[in-house]
Design a binder for this molecule. Structure first.
Ligand code: MG
Ligand code: MG
Ligand code: MG
Length: 304
């Protein structure tokens, strides 16, 4: 038995790739169960409901289990996997620090979404994608690529969405995606602490722990009244053993992000993005992608 599972704070790609990969593995005669390592966000719940799926089982301990990792390869982004056997990785991020005791299967490509690579796995194995699974995969790609606007998006992602939309029988996938991002934008009633952690990742950079959260919304003014609270939460999380806490408030229509920062190395952050922070904030024009436009800059700034 193996588990397919994405990163610790699940997003739609991690959750949908656990489901789509598990289906493929089972078709190939490799018994697999999809899992998630944390609670699902509203966008992911919307996608699962739309295409008729239950949430994968919540699992945080993989001692003695075989795991096929999706959507990450950094140990910091999983619960402890030292007693698990990693049998495979399918991912579209920078290569992380996971390793294995035995040979493993790796599908790692610089495309916009893990589900785009899972789609290539289906094609490689000549397995037909069922309607519901196609809907999940299409949604994840539209989410991760911010409806193709992210610089991480490639022609392969766009072609995959077009093919998957046909299988899923979604006539207007752009309209569907906008509806999905409206669900993602709903923040009222959610404690600001939970918003900071909704799409959050820790990174190790030169021995320093740096947390980076991102909230992608259709209108950044949604945050006007809660920015001070968000900033206070960043301070609290930074005091929990981190060098820096960053939060990207991404406006997918304006195509840019407001960066909120609390850091022991503010000068390095300013350096990383070539900006001056004003009250711990800066507007980053054109920045939509954490993995491509934020993390590499921070890695460079913190390298010395
Ligand atoms: Mg992800
Ligand atoms: Mg992803
Ligand atoms: Mg994302």
């Amino acid at each position: 038995m193996m588990y397919t599972v994405g990163h610790k704070i699940p997003d739609s790609d991690s959750t949908c790739s656990a489901l789509s990969l598990a289906y493929l593995m089972n078709k190939l005669g490799r018994e697999a169960t999809p899992a998630v390592q944390g609670k699902l966000n509203p966008e992911t719940k919307f996608i699962l409901k739309t295409f008729g799926f239950e949430a994968p089982q919540l699992k945080q301990n993989f001692d003695g289990d075989n795991v096929f990792i999706t959507d990450h390869s950094d140990r910091a982004q999983s619960h402890d996997l030292t007693k698990a056997t990693i049998v495979g990785i399918v991912d579209h991020h920078k290569l992380g620090d996971m390793t294995s005791k035995a040979p493993l299967e790796c599908w790692i490509r610089p495309v916009g979404c893990t589900n785009t690579i899972v789609k290539e796995m289906y094609d490689f194995h000549k397995v037909a994608i069922p309607k519901g699974i196609a809907g999940l995969m299409m949604s994840a790609i539209l989410s991760d690529t911010v409806i193709f606007k992210s610089p991480t998006c490639t022609p392969v992602d766009i072609a995959a969405v077009e093919e998957l939309a046909l299988i899923a029988e979604v006539d207007d996938y752009r309209a569907f995606a906008l509806e999905m991002f409206k669900v993602k934008s709903k923040i009222e009633g959610t404690p600001t602490k939970d918003l900071v952690l909704r799409d959050f990742k820790d990174f190790e950079m030169n021995g320093k722990k740096i947390g980076v959260g991102q909230l992608e919304v259709v209108d950044i003014s949604l945050f006007d009244d809660i920015k001070d609270d968000l900033m206070n939460d960043l301070k609290t999380f930074k005091n929990d053993g981190r060098n820096s806490m960053l939060l990207l408030l991404t406006d997918i229509i304006k195509e840019g992000s407001e960066l909120l920062v609390v850091s022991d190395d503010e000068a390095k952050i300013e350096d990383a993005f070539d900006v001056k922070l004003t009250n711990n904030k800066a507007w980053l024009e054109g920045v939509l992608s954490r993995k491509k436009q934020v993390i590499p800059n921070l890695e460079t700034a913190f390298a010395n």
